[in-house]
Write a new protein. Structure first.
Lengths: 283, 276
């Protein structure tokens, strides 16, 4: 292949430039816009208004907290559902292993919005699930699920489940099964062998899956809008950012909120990685 | 493994329940795409009809966004796959400065919440006064897809057998010929897989598109707008059709992977004796 010293740089040029111009620079512009004051009519001026940060955190702190809690619950539930699923595919999948993996991915070829809309229909007060249960007298007629915190976490769990299952599967699949046999040979109970060998060795998958679930979940606003039915009580920080950008044209505080979200996520992810010791596990 | 019979059965039952959970909205979507609703609301079953499948093609408010989405997906896939493949090639076979910075530039767009990518791009469009529309959506889609292409393709390039290229050069092929006749055909299944992923991500994107769309309506944006109250049957019809196309794509991809694996095995068998 190319021996020219320029070749790698030429290969990097178009894609690298694209990422710099349409990803890195917009992030810098967003930071600068967050420090501007003004309105759409009078125009915006850079006034180094750092006061916007304590202001938006004070005003929307509870929404940040709520988003973090929803995302955390989502991560926990997807882990509880995803682990046994990934474990079954990896260890008991047999010749259906590939087929089962495709089954996990297949629903996600239907548009995110369409899937979520169909859940809203299924879970509506008189829909297929709760309507039937009400007719059978299992549930009270007044019961409703949509627009509750649980419904938003439900939607998030559904939409991000594959992001948990796939990394877990990869970690479990490449695990050396002889180690588990060795543990049971050394008189470990099945539970001990699972907990101390299988689970411990699959931790990199748990970490990867948790991050891949938590990060998109905390910034999501579709589930709160569709399954949460726009109820302000279950709105997440993404809903505010979206509203301020698209409807209110309040760019400085929208940009500041976005930055707080980025920094918050980075801190949480760093703390989590340190706590579980990813560096040690992945090397 | 060493699981008891009971736990094996429990795991299988659990897995089956998760599969039901995963497919519940898909099944509902397919069933209700054949529903014959009285009004715009498509909530209760009224009767079976094929009408929805025939009607949608003559409705510009549906075909318009669909064509827009397909065009954006097609163009952004070609651009992102080309740029991403070039970067993946550079990363896997050249030494150069700034590798760490480049890795960050590739990794962060995938790690950041989508809303951040959309919001920061919108901030730029507003700041420099770029009118939003088809072109800005296209730019955004290429941006978020480049990283996915690189990440999909890179592991396949790392396992690449360089002896095949050397054999090509030994047989008096120049660099260009070696690349197009040896390297490219071998890495093509990987490029195809990366391209399919990019296409799927583009055609389904709502969040990033919303921030760069202006008045342009893509399919996911139309779906969202059309279903403020109920879900019109057309939404489920198109969802079902896309689902079928996706299954066909996967089948093709599996087939091409198998084909490539066969070829590789044949090439490996043919070249094995001659490589030192």
């Amino acid at each position: 292949m190319g021996r020219g010293r320029l070749t790698p740089y030429l290969l990097l040029l178009p894609g690298g430039l694209w990422l710099i111009v349409f990803f890195a620079i917009p992030m810098a512009i967003m930071l600068s816009v967050s420090l501007q004051t003004g309105s759409l009519d009078t125009g915006f001026d850079l006034t180094w208004n750092f006061g916007i940060y304590p202001q938006v955190i004070g005003q929307f702190g509870d929404l940040f907290l709520r988003s973090a809690i929803y995302a955390l619950l989502t991560t926990l539930i997807t882990l509880l559902i995803g682990y046994p699923m990934a474990y079954t595919i990896a260890f008991h999948g047999g010749r259906f292993k590939t087929a089962l993996l495709f089954i996990v991915i297949l629903p996600f070829f239907v548009s995110f919005v369409i899937r979520t809309l169909n859940w809203r229909m299924l879970l509506s007060d008189n829909g297929l699930v709760f309507g039937t249960l009400k007719d059978l007298g299992v549930l009270d007629q007044a019961f409703h699920f949509l627009a509750t915190p649980a419904s938003v976490v439900f939607g998030l769990t559904y939409n991000f489940l594959p992001f948990m299952i796939l990394p877990l599967y990869v970690a479990l699949e490449k695990l050396d099964k002889r180690l588990i046999e060795a543990a049971t040979d050394l008189y470990a109970s099945r539970w001990q062998a699972f907990w101390r060998v299988t689970f411990t060795l699959s931790l990199p998958g748990v970490v990867a899956g948790s991050l891949l679930t938590f990060i998109p979940a905390i910034g999501d606003f579709i589930n709160a809008e569709i399954i949460g039915a726009g109820n302000p009580e279950v709105q997440m920080i993404g809903n505010v950012i979206q509203f301020k950008y698209i409807n209110a044209n309040d760019y400085p505080s929208a940009a500041a909120l976005s930055f707080v979200l980025v920094i918050g996520v980075t801190i949480l992810v760093a703390a989590y990685s340190r706590a579980v010791g990813t560096d040690r596990l992945t090397t | 493994m060493g699981d008891s019979k009971t736990s094996r059965v429990l795991l299988r039952v659990f897995t089956a329940l998760v599969v039901v959970f995963l497919f519940a909205p898909i099944v509902v979507m397919i069933i209700f795409s054949f529903n014959d609703p009285a009004g715009r609301q498509n909530i209760t079953w009224q009767g079976f009809t094929f009408k929805n499948y025939l009607d949608i093609w003559s409705r510009p408010q549906i075909t318009g966004p669909m064509v827009t989405s397909l065009a954006i997906a097609a163009i952004s896939t070609v651009l992102a796959t080309t740029f991403g493949t070039m970067i993946a090639l550079a990363l896997s076979r050249y030494e150069f400065r700034g590798r760490g910075a480049l890795n960050l530039l590739i990794f962060i767009p995938m790690a950041a919440p989508e809303i951040i990518l959309g919001a920061s791009l919108l901030t730029m469009w507003i700041s420099i006064g770029v009118p939003r529309g088809f072109l800005t959506i296209l730019i955004a889609h290429v941006m978020f897809n480049i990283s996915y292409v690189i990440v999909t393709l890179r592991p396949r390039l790392v396992g690449f057998n360089r002896h095949l290229e050397e054999a090509g050069m030994d047989l008096y092929a120049n660099e260009r010929q070696t690349f197009w006749r040896v390297t490219f055909p071998i890495i093509f299944p990987g490029i195809l897989a990366a391209g399919l992923l990019a296409f799927a991500l583009s055609i389904d994107d709502y969040v990033i598109t919303l921030f760069s769309a202006g008045r342009t309506v893509t399919f996911p944006l139309w779906v969202f707008g059309a279903s403020r109250v109920g879900i019109p049957p057309e939404v489920n019809v198109l969802g079902t059709l896309i689902f079928l196309v996706a299954i066909a794509f996967i089948a093709v991809q599996l087939w091409s992977q198998r084909q490539a694996a066969d070829e590789r095995r044949m090439i490996a068998a043919a070249t094995a004796p001659s490589t030192p």
